[in-house]
Design a protein around this ligand. Structure first.
Ligand SMILES: [Mn+2]
Length: 307
């Protein structure tokens, strides 16, 4: 049996479906991300013969724990492959390449990289196109928007994966769920935009600050802010983490900022953790909107002096 650990977004789900179809037989799947991959691996009990890690970048701060978990898993004779399209630094690449089979290179979506590595037919090609549309943040197709809405629910995300592995792109239940969820998201995007403010960097770039302390779909709000305010990029934050999303031009390397704060991702979409202690985090959650924690103010200062 194959064990798949993948990202919980559209690209991650589609990557897992293409891989499961290419490898055949049974599989089990856990969803994870760059911030939790060490924990996910530590909880993994090896019952399969093969482990696939998909669409999860390895940030510097996770290198040590992830390396030791992978050594533990590979010592049992498990074959481990890690396919990812995010940017990795040289040390991470060289330290892991002796333990796992690494395929790390830039690609519009990780699903496309998996397709190139493991192969597939017309169905997989269609899936890779959906993943490209979603992972670049374009969302030009309705199906990518539906998958994105579905991916936000843990149970439905699993159902979608099962559907895809069985060779069908959607069913009535998933479509109905996705459509209702899309309407909810639409409301949250409007509400999120009301909590957004536009600021200017040192060199005159306009960017949007989006407060997600009361929740909301950060990437969708950022996309709408880019369209409605014409900003170069957006920063979204809650009391645990932040993300940066490029606007229409995508010419700035936002990842530089994320990497300075031990995060990672793509030049046009990346994120990282905000290090608030427990007390500050509680205050952060209950504070009125104008009270922004100092960690966020520092992030904004870093952005404004870097761009
Ligand atoms: Mn991806």
């Amino acid at each position: 049996m194959v064990v798949i650990v993948t990202h919980g977004d559209v690209d991650g789900i589609v990557s897992a479906a293409i891989a499961a179809r290419a490898l055949g037989g049974g599989f089990s799947c856990s969803f994870s991300g760059p911030g939790s991959i060490d924990k996910t691996l530590s909880k993994l009990r090896v019952e399969g013969s093969e482990l696939l890690i998909l669409d999860i970048g390895l940030n510097r701060s996770k290198l040590d724990p992830v390396e030791s978990q992978l050594r533990r898993l590979s010592s049992t004779g498990l074959r481990i492959r890690w396919y990812d399209h995010h940017h990795w630094d040289g040390e991470a690449l060289s330290r892991l390449s002796g333990i796992v089979e690494l395929r790390v290179r830039p690609s519009t979506s990780n699903a496309r990289l998996v397709l190139e590595e493991l192969g597939g037919g017309e169905f997989e090609e269609e899936l890779a196109k959906i993943a490209d549309d979603a992972d670049t943040g374009s969302y030009l197709t309705e199906i990518a928007r539906l998958y994105n809405a579905i991916s936000m629910d843990r149970r439905m995300r699993r159902k979608l994966l099962e559907r895809l592995v069985n060779g069908s792109p959607i069913d009535d239940e998933l479509r109905r769920f996705g459509e209702v969820k899309m309407m909810e998201l639409e409301d949250q995007v409007s509400e999120g935009l009301r909590r957004a403010s536009v600021r200017v960097t040192g060199s005159g770039r306009r960017y949007c600050v989006i407060d997600l302390r009361r929740g909301g779909p950060g990437s969708l709000i950022a996309r709408r802010a880019a369209r409605e305010f014409g900003v170069d990029f957006s920063v979204v934050f809650n009391c645990r983490r932040f993300s940066l999303y490029a606007g229409a031009s995508k010419e700035l390397d936002l990842r530089r900022i994320c990497e300075m704060l031990s995060g990672g991702g793509h030049p046009y979409a990346c994120g990282g953790k905000l290090r608030l202690n427990l007390i500050k985090r509680v205050f952060c959650r209950i504070s009125p909107r104008f009270l922004i924690p100092s960690e966020v103010r520092e992030l904004l200062r870093l952005i404004e002096t870097s761009f």
